[in-house]
Design a protein around this ligand. Structure first.
Ligand code: OFO
Length: 188
């Protein structure tokens, strides 16, 4: 049984180097999910219900991203590794800080996806290149929504009831993100 398994495992279409890179991306998506979950919980405790709803939903979405990489790697004969997550921030000074951190994180993830695409081309791994196209588009959309959330702080202003309106508007961004997601064709 063990031998049959090793033989099947040998028939992988991803190289060990690509497997390592995909496992790094799996970890980054898992960190994203945990970071959004931690931020959602902080918002919940502070009474920012719109922001908490947006961030809880986003945490689920990041887990879905992680699972796309997981399934892709295992279906290609590789070995996806469940990552250990330590790098999560649980406390914030302000609501604005939550969303500035989220935008900075999304930009970091976009760079990581771009590096992965670049590695695919260098290794002539066209199957992984094609698989990644969904993520290229997804990152573009995630950056737009994250940037919009940060912009709301300047547009509405944080004084008086401003923060209440900002929280409400961020809650509405969740519906916008959902509409964008359901307009996309699923990629596996
Ligand atoms: Fe996985 O897209 Fe955000 O981080």
């Amino acid at each position: 049984m063990g031998k049959v398994k090793s033989f099947v495992t040998l028939k992988t279409s991803v190289t060990p180097e690509m497997q390592e890179l995909i496992n790094q991306q799996i970890k980054l998506e898992a960190v994203s999910s945990w970071a959004y979950l931690a931020a959602a919980s902080w918002c919940d405790k502070e009474g920012f219900v719109g922001s908490a709803a947006y961030l809880y939903k986003h945490a689920e979405e990041e887990r879905m991203h992680m699972m796309k990489f997981f399934n892709y790697l295992n279906n290609a004969g590789g070995h996806a590794l469940a990552p250990a997550i330590k790098e999560v921030k649980y406390d914030f000074e302000t609501l604005r800080e939550v969303f500035e951190d989220a935008l900075a994180h999304e930009i970091k993830v976009t760079h990581a996806i771009n590096d992965l695409v670049d590695a695919c081309l260098k290794m002539k791994d066209f199957a992984t290149f094609q698989f990644l196209q969904w993520f290229v588009q997804e990152q573009r959309e995630e950056e737009v929504i994250s940037r919009r959330a940060v912009e709301l702080f300047d547009i509405i202003g944080e004084e008086g009831q401003g923060i209440w309106h900002i929280d409400k508007a961020i809650g509405e961004l969740a519906a916008q993100a959902e509409a964008a997601d359901s307009a996309e064709a699923p990629a596996e």
